[in-house]
Design a binder for this molecule. Structure first.
Ligand code: ADP
Ligand code: ASP
Ligand code: MG
Length: 466
């Protein structure tokens, strides 16, 4: 089989984790598989890169650039010494050259007092640029030929939308040309999370974006399966960090996985299913720390589970916007003006609901886009297109997902009755016509309890086959 294996940040967090990853790749190769690997930054590194970028631009007298660089260098070199002692000197030179570029950019941002989206992408994607060298060197240490490539070297060409770039279709041919010849006798290790524009400028895909890199590369090389190795046994009935008795779901359809990831199930990046789905490639989610577990298999098939609901997802850091005004009643084109104004400011709208009176439209946007959204909408108020616009940051959006809901009456009733009984107020509801998901918004302090109530209501901690 040809497999694309992606290893997340916790899977490469230190030398012991990296040894496990090498074990997994070695064993699979020995079983006769052809392999390519995509790697995330070592656990926590991307967060630290975000933090130093923010610190450097914050305007303090002397941001801790040097201390940051030394800590980053030490962590990577310590890991390298443990997993690839034979190539330590040669690889130290490579890591030092990379790190010197990062130092230069951080210093330039500080001196210019300007952090563009472009330079931010360069900085935050640096972790993958380092981890790829370490995993590749660790494979060579075990006698497995390997080269490290970053997203750009691997042929990933993207739109120039920094922080949320889309991979362009032409990448397919580039990836094939660059990666396929390597598979016969080596395991290429590709940096996740990053690609570059046609002009060679580095871009990133948003948090957890290495899953997207994996799907794009897996699809381009025509992998038989894409395996996402992480720190949980698979896609679960809820985030196990919130619901203690969450259970692994053995099979999930592409549509269910897309809905879950879109609604915050961090285990997969929201765009990571589509490239696999287009080619019908199964995606498996497996646990690096428990490789004996079969994990979750995501395919086109809807598993005939007698349960209508499979999983509950939860997005924090969103805001609710209420747009009111009798002017909207029966007037064509108002929605177009509102959505065009938001699109001009690049505001990503996550949920929409409109009351049948048409005097109210409610939207959910990412918290980070709220200021831009309110500015855009204040223009609509000034032009008397709507009467007033209000916002609320203290909310969370949730989605109850399961393809069994299609055509099954009563699921909405059960959800809202259970929440009502628990005294949880629902502020907004939305259901697409695909019926794979019912989503709604509650106060953020009610979020964890709402998940627990629904997890119990649909008995998700029980094995459906028993
Ligand atoms: P990685 O570093 O491997 O990419 P992430 O932290 O991005 O890992 O994603 C794995 C985490 O996703 C898990 O530790 C878990 O807390 C979280 N998660 C959220 N929702 C789910 C879910 N429905 N199933 C499994 N994990 C989930
Ligand atoms: N390192 C990036 C992040 O932490 C991308 C990824 O891990 O998938 O979001
Ligand atoms: Mg992730």
């Amino acid at each position: 089989m040809r497999l694309l294996m992606k290893f997340g940040g916790t899977s490469v967090a230190d030398e012991n984790c990296i040894r496990r990853v090498v074990d997994i790749l070695e064993e699979s190769r020995r079983a006769g598989n052809e392999l390519a690997a995509v790697v995330s930054a070592m656990g926590g590194v991307t967060d630290h890169l975000h933090a130093i970028a923010a610190d450097v631009i914050a305007g303090g007298e002397s941001p801790p650039i040097e201390a940051f660089i030394q800590a980053l260098r030490n962590r990577h070199l310590k890991t390298l010494a443990a997993v690839a002692p034979d190539s330590f000197d040669e690889m130290t030179e490579i890591i030092d050259t990379e790190i010197a570029h990062l130092r230069t950019i951080l210093t330039a941002v500080f001196n210019l007092k300007e952090l563009t989206r472009r330079s931010n992408d360069y900085i935050i994607s640096f972790g993958e640029r380092l981890s790829m060298h370490i995993l590749s060197a660790a494979l060579r240490q075990r006698g497995i030929p390997s080269v490290a490539l970053d997203g750009c070297d691997a042929g990933i060409i993207t739109s120039p939308m920094h922080g949320n770039a889309m991979v362009l279709p032409e990448s397919d041919t580039h990836i094939k040309t660059r990666i396929l010849p390597l598979l016969a006798d080596s395991v290429p290790v590709i940096a996740g999370y990053r690609g570059c524009t046609r002009d060679g400028v580095i871009t990133t895909f948003g948090r957890s974006g290495s899953d997207y890199s994996a799907a794009v590369i897996g699809a381009a090389i025509d992998a038989d399966e894409i395996w996402i190795w992480t720190d949980v046994d698979g896609v679960m009935t809820a985030d196990p960090k919130i619901v203690e008795n969450a259970r692994v779901i053995p099979t999930v359809s592409y549509y269910e996985a897309m809905e879950l990831s879109y609604f915050g199930a961090k285990v997969l990046h929201p765009r990571s299913i589509e490239p696999a789905m287009r080619r019908g490639i199964p995606v498996r989610v497996r646990n690096t720390f428990h490789p004996a577990h079969p994990g979750t298999c995501i395919t086109k098939y809807e598993h005939a589970d007698e349960r209508v609901v499979k999983s509950i997802a939860y997005i924090e850091h969103v805001a609710l916007i209420n747009i009111n005004g009798a002017q909207m009643i029966g007037k064509p084109g108002v929605a177009k003006i509102i959505f065009s104004a938001l699109a001009e400011r690049m505001v990503n709208i996550r949920m929409i609901s409109q009351g049948s009176s048409e005097a109210n439209i409610t939207l959910i946007v990412d918290d980070a886009h709220l200021t831009d959204a309110m500015e855009a909408l204040s223009g609509c108020v000034k032009e008397c297109i709507v009467r007033e616009v209000t916002s609320d940051r203290d909310v969370v959006a949730m989605a109850v997902v399961g393809s069994g809901m299609i055509g099954t009456p009563g699921t909405g009733g059960r959800i809202f009755a259970a929440l009502g009984k628990a005294g949880i107020n629902v502020m907004m509801i939305s259901q697409g016509s695909s019926e794979v998901n019912i989503s709604f918004v509650v106060r953020d302090e009610d979020g964890p309890r709402a998940i627990a109530v629904l997890h119990d209501e649909f008995r998700l901690s029980e094995d459906p086959d028993e």
